[in-house]
Design a protein around this ligand. Structure first.
Ligand code: PMP
Length: 305
């Protein structure tokens, strides 16, 4: 059974989980007209505190997604921040959670509807990813990442995830953990909910923002942490698929997945087939930053108590 929490948030109200409903013929259900953010709230047991990680950046992208999809103006940032905090408090979480905030077109309109804009928020306990211990196996998908002039990959629009889902289903059926998608130019784009980095000859390399990738907050965080803590600069450029095979290390990253080593691509081992040193150091510093154990990043963490 799917897990639930005590409360969800819907259109200004804290409601029991099972009452967070919209009509089945609302545009969000008919056409997938919604945009969303996945945000993590990290629990720090020692401080008895939960930190929302890079909330400001998530709300910026949430606003951009709505603008790109031509939604009518919705609630202000202040209202959204308050709603997120109220929801985490109401559920009395004492664990790391994954929060989903969605703006959607409700009502009974058709494909061109721009409102009414509804807001739904859910939060569920979700521990840090365990797969990092052994690393993931990746398949280069035969599905292509949709180009920006088909569907805008740089925003989090619900309907984009059909592309991600098809690639995920193929990878799972073929016995892999994750799909890597190439773009319409045959260059590396991203994984269904993660951006991709390679480490080669001591340099970090990741597909640039014009390779049909989401403008990922974890990607930006990794670039900053690698520069500051490991003295590693990141090249943001086109990446060929064969570079994945030549790489010393490969990892992917995202809010939900955090930083996860990828130890094989199309069954060919990456490096020595085990999580690499740079990836492991990045996981360590990332975990310290998000949970509030590393000084100096207070502006990235919004405490909820
Ligand atoms: N790409 C896609 C398609 C995603 O859905 C996600 C998850 N939000 C990411 C990359 C990683 O983005 P972020 O680091 O902002 O979570």
């Amino acid at each position: 059974m799917d897990s639930t929490a005590e409360f969800a948030y819907l259109n200004g109200h804290m409601v029991p989980w099972h009452d967070a409903k919209v009509h089945v013929f609302a545009p969000v259900a008919k056409y997938g007209i919604g945009v969303f953010e996945g945000i993590r709230g990290y629990w720090n047991e020692e401080a008895r505190q939960m930190y929302l990680f890079r909330l400001a950046e998530h709300l910026d992208r949430f606003a951009f997604s709505q603008k790109a999809m031509r939604f009518d103006p919705g609630p202000s940032r202040e209202e959204l921040t308050e709603a997120l905090i109220r929801l985490c408090r109401a559920n009395r979480f004492c664990a790391t959670v994954h929060i989903r905030i969605m703006a959607f077109i409700g009502g009974a309109g058709e494909i061109g509807a721009t409102g009414p804009v509804g807001i739904a928020i859910t939060a569920l306990p979700r521990q840090s990813t365990q797969q990092c211990i052994r690393g993931a196996s990746a398949q280069i998908s035969s599905w292509m990442r949709m180009p920006d002039n088909v569907m805008p990959a740089r925003i989090k629009c619900n309907a984009n995830y059909h592309n991600a889902r098809l690639a995920t289903m193929q990878a799972r059926q073929d016995g892999y953990d994750v799909a890597f998608l190439l773009n319409s130019r045959g260059k590396l784009a991203e994984a269904p909910a993660m951006c991709i980095f390679i480490v080669r000859d001591g340099q970090l390399i990741t597909p640039s923002g014009t390779n049909d990738i989401l403008e990922s907050i974890t990607r930006r965080t990794v670039i900053e942490l690698a520069g500051r803590h490991l003295g590693l600069q990141t090249a943001e450029r086109d990446v060929d698929r064969t570079e994945l095979i030549l790489a010393d290390e490969v990892f992917h990253c995202g809010t939900g997945a955090e930083i996860m080593p990828v130890t094989s691509v199309d069954r060919t081992p990456v490096g020595n087939g085990r999580p690499g040193a740079v990836t492991r150091q990045l996981i360590e510093i990332y975990q310290a930053v998000v949970t509030g154990k590393q000084d100096g990043y207070a502006s990235w963490r919004t405490p909820i108590f």
